[in-house]
Write a protein that binds this ligand. Structure first.
Ligand code: ADP
Ligand code: MG
Length: 603
């Protein structure tokens, strides 16, 4: 039999590589913006059509390419950034794999115009699916313009996999922010379907952050600037009052590269101590500068993960740095002795101590501690926190659940009406209600979230919802990415009783809100609803479910609210009238059951 193994044609190899590197329009944006940075551009313009599905254009004023380099740039493993293996350990550029342009060219229509300062004429290349269509000299500015059209035109499966325009645009804006935040010295512009979404002049980091997130951030920024032997930390965190219910605006960079690290995020959170509520997330934008030989940047192109040689030490330095910064800006009260009685050692310090100074007389900050909150089960492991936050935490659904009827509050005993017991609230957060076989303890927040979620879902299919018309319509200014997202949501929000109208640009007018939501800041309300919606984007649920989830999250009764007996009664009735009273829409238990016989056994 003849030999059967063949080398794949280059164009197919590229397409396979593209499957890994280029997952969606945002990946193209990331790669092309990073190339512009590597080319030392001081101005980068990103122009998109249809959320990048049909047109992505990046123009830079960087160093440009020679004619030969322009051709070479589309070959796989062709890079100007490293020459030999040892260069891998001293990488100072964003790219180095020489794979991105080749991948993009294999699955799109790509046009490159580029010119170096020293060349009189530039080069224009047109390539369709790895195939060179034309190469000519052209008149063009110094720098490079690359246009990527019809992404995935020859990979229908990928094309179909793309999400709605809002989703893809959201991902693009995230990538854009990652690049723009860490390069405030570069001027950026982002134009989508002829609307200018961002215009960020060159400036410092504070100006850049305010340019992206809005003026309200300015007064809330707390600078971070800490230098130790192993790491330098610079950037800003926001005061606790600026924290959000959604986890979006957290930007951590290592050596100017955006990374995601649940572990370090937890260190930051820990630095805030108990200044953040459990469901709040701090804003931060920080860069860690660290000897590249002490870290391992995952070589995988799309993963933003990183390994540190001395993770625990870095954890501690970050935590202490945040704590000090907050204390310095007198946001964190200095530790009081009573509170500190229940410290527990969780992480054993490894390695040397950080250089950071102690400012809390007596209480050694570099001790690795997580404070126990009185009366709360302690989460000693950050991983657990993350697992708990995960949305598909619905494992309990597989258990055999008690029937709804058996859980309803005990009916009046015919013979003896005094036996009916009123529900009782404890710690302004839990409702105790007697049932025939014992009692249940209801989490008022999760229970109400379930009720509201189902109510909003039915509102979306036409069931009326009570609306509070505002006597004085309220004007709200949203950050650009939220303003873009909300435009597509307005009709659905209206059905759910949130009457919002666009007033042009980033301004919106709220005319009415669902009853129960009238007593809060509408600015915060709208930001939260859109923020939570954006967070839900990656969950495999529909737009309407996601929106109902956001509204329920924002509009539901929180822990800490005192409830009257009738309110509790009402909440219980409504809970058990829902389709799934057992769990909140995010999979938390709404109540726990205590059986009489179990209780008896305990005595
Ligand atoms: P990498 O960035 O990993 O080197 P790419 O495929 O992204 O790989 O780019 C290949 C090469 O093309 C780069 O090494 C660089 O020399 C050149 N190149 C790409 N984009 C630009 C640009 N905007 N300006 C100048 N050169 C560029
Ligand atoms: Mg690159």
């Amino acid at each position: 039999m003849a030999d059967i193994i063949q080398l794949l044609p280059e164009s197919i190899a590229n397409q396979i590589a593209a499957g890994e590197v280029i997952q969606r329009p945002a990946s193209v944006v990331k790669e092309m913006m990073e190339n512009a940075i590597d080319a030392k551009a001081s101005k980068i313009v990103l122009i998109l059509k249809d959320s990048g599905k049909t047109h992505i254009q990046v123009t830079d004023n960087g160093m440009g390419m020679s004619e030969t380099d322009a051709r070479m740039s589309l070959e796989r493993h062709a890079t100007s950034k490293i020459k030999e293996a040892k260069d891998l350990f001293t990488i100072s550029t964003m790219g180095f794999r020489g794979e991105a342009l080749a991948s993009i060219a294999s699955i799109a229509h790509i046009e490159i115009k580029t010119r170096r300062q020293e060349d009189e004429l530039g080069t224009q290349l047109i390539v369709h699916g790895s195939k060179l269509i034309s190469q000519e000299y052209c008149q063009t500015h110094v720098g490079t313009t690359i246009v990527v059209k019809n992404l995935f035109y020859n990979v229908p499966a990928r094309r179909k996999f793309l999400k709605k325009d809002t989703t893809e645009l959201h991902h693009i804006m995230e990538e854009f922010k990652h690049v723009a935040i860490i390069h405030p010295e570069i001027r950026f512009q982002l134009i989508h379907n002829d609307n200018e979404l961002f215009h960020l002049p060159e400036g410092n980091l504070r100006q850049r952050l305010v340019g992206i997130f809005g003026k309200s951030l300015n007064e809330n920024l707390v600078p971070i600037d800490e230098e130790t032997e192993i790491v330098t930390i610079e950037g800003y965190i926001a005061k606790p009052q600026y924290s959000k219910k959604t986890r979006g605006d957290q930007f951590l960079f290592v050596n100017n590269r955006f990374i995601k690290s649940g572990y370090l995020n937890h260190a930051i959170r820990n630095g805030y101590d108990n200044l953040l509520n459990e469901d709040e997330h701090a804003f931060y934008a920080m860069n860690l500068t660290i000897d590249p030989s002490k870290i391992d940047i995952n070589i995988h192109p799309t993963k933003q993960e990183i390994k540190f040689e001395d993770e625990r030490l870095i954890y501690n330095i970050i935590r202490v740095t945040i704590k000090h910064a907050l204390a310095k800006y007198s946001i964190a009260p200095s530790l009081d002795f009573d509170q500190d009685l229940s410290f527990s050692k969780v992480y054993n310090e490894t390695g040397s101590r950080s250089e950071t100074n102690q400012s809390n007389g007596g209480h050694s900050d570099s001790d690795t501690i997580i404070r126990r909150k009185p009366g709360k089960a302690e989460i000693e492991n950050w991983q657990e926190i993350y697992d708990q936050l995960s949305i598909d935490n619905t494992g309990d659904n597989s258990l055999i659940l008690p029937s709804k009827a058996s859980l309803l509050p005990e009916d009046e005993d015919e013979g003896n009406p005094n036996l009916k017991s009123a529900p009782y609230q404890i710690h302004n957060g839990y409702i105790i209600s007697q049932i025939r076989s014992g009692f249940i303890m209801i989490d008022q927040h999760y229970a109400h979230e379930r009720i509201m979620y189902e109510r909003y879902l039915t509102a979306l299919v036409g069931k009326q919802i009570a609306v509070q018309q505002l006597l004085f319509p309220s004007t709200v200014e949203l950050p650009m990415d939220k303003a873009v997202t909300i435009m597509e949501l307005l009709p659905d929000l209206l059905k759910m009783g949130l009457k919002v109208e666009s007033f042009g640009g980033q301004t919106f007018i709220i005319q009415g809100v669902p009853v129960g939501m009238e007593n809060q800041s509408f600015q915060v309300l709208l930001e939260k609803v859109v923020g939570q919606f954006q967070e839900n984007i990656d969950l495999q649920i529909g737009v309407q479910e996601s929106l109902a989830l956001s509204m329920a999250g924002v509009g539901s009764i929180k822990k800490g609210k005192k409830l009257a007996v009738e309110e509790m009664q009402h909440l219980i009735d409504e809970l058990f009238a829902t389709e799934n009273p057992y769990t909140s829409p995010k999979g938390k238990k709404c109540f726990i059951t205590f059986e009489l016989n179990e209780i008896e056994n305990k005595f």
